[in-house]
Design a protein. Structure first.
Length: 282
């Protein structure tokens, strides 16, 4: 299993890194839109749609992304769209986690399917627009999610259950603890401080997400980073909830050793649009 994970991770990096740093944006946009389309196919399977409909969902997600690119939303997206995406994730995520696994199947299947496709397309648009703002900006958002995940893992392993006896969401993801969440938030603040210092000392021309927040003051940066950290956990829990409702361990087997595309991007799905919302509105 470990060997598969390493090989798959290296193969993904071999594709993503050259696309990310390419002189033209189209390699990154093309590669990521294919990944989101694969995620849309997985979403259809998780929600029990017909196999043909699952493939149709992938095509619809792909078409929505291409349409957004054609109308110029990669360069400039209406701020109201990011507000809608952020509100959907906050409200829907809170509702789903509160109601639990069994309540998800009570939603009409077309509604579940369509909402997921829309959120996947919005996540790709945020990813593409983040890339348009600059590699430094996009990497800072991606690293925020990875830092939250890594710090949460180690804090959860070391301190899980020692400070707060209650688990975070035992019916959805029994291994997650409140100590892990707090550790993830601490990791995000440490990374944001180090990245902002780097931006300032190197006088970068493309500011990171962190620099844009901290230049507005701590009263903006602190709640924004707390929100982003919390929503990365929400994205993870929402995908785990949907998988449990479907009785599936992984979203698919597309990435050997890692599961599916949704298993790797679940925490990014809410945080990418929320990052663009925060940048657009503050």
């Amino acid at each position: 299993m470990l060997k598969q994970r390493v090989i798959t991770a290296l193969a993904l990096l071999a594709l993503l890194l050259p696309a990310l740093f390419a002189s033209q944006p189209w390699p990154f946009m093309a590669l990521t839109v294919l990944l989101m389309a694969a995620g849309a196919w997985e979403w259809g399977r998780l929600n029990g749609v017909h196999p043909v409909q699952a493939w149709l969902g992938a095509l619809l997600c792909l078409a929505a992304c291409l349409l957004a690119q054609q109308v110029g939303w990669v360069q400039s997206t209406p701020p109201q769209l990011w507000l809608l995406a952020g509100a959907m994730w906050v409200l829907l995520g809170a509702w789903m986690i509160h109601r639990g696994v069994s309540a998800w199947a009570l939603w009409p299947r077309p509604l579940r399917w369509g909402a997921g496709l829309m959120l996947l397309a919005l996540a790709w648009l945020a990813l593409a627009q983040g890339h348009h703002r600059g590699v430094n900006f996009l990497l800072s958002v991606l690293v925020l999610v990875w830092a939250a995940d890594v710090f949460a893992y180690f804090f959860g392993r070391a301190l899980g259950g020692q400070w707060i006896a209650a688990k975070l969401a035992p019916a959805i993801s029994p291994g997650k603890s409140w100590e892990g969440v707090l550790g993830g938030m601490l990791g995000v603040f440490l990374v944001s401080w180090a990245w902002t210092v780097f931006d300032q000392t190197q006088a970068v021309t493309e500011p990171s997400f962190y620099t844009l927040l901290w230049t507005q003051g701590a009263w903006v940066a602190v709640p924004a980073l707390l929100l982003m950290s919390a929503m990365s956990v929400v994205g993870d829990l929402v995908e785990s909830l949907v998988k449990r409702s479907a009785g599936m361990k992984d979203s698919s087997g597309l990435l050997p050793g890692h599961g599916g595309v949704l298993d790797r991007v679940d925490a990014l799905l809410p945080t990418l649009p929320l990052a663009m919302m925060l940048v657009a509105w503050i």
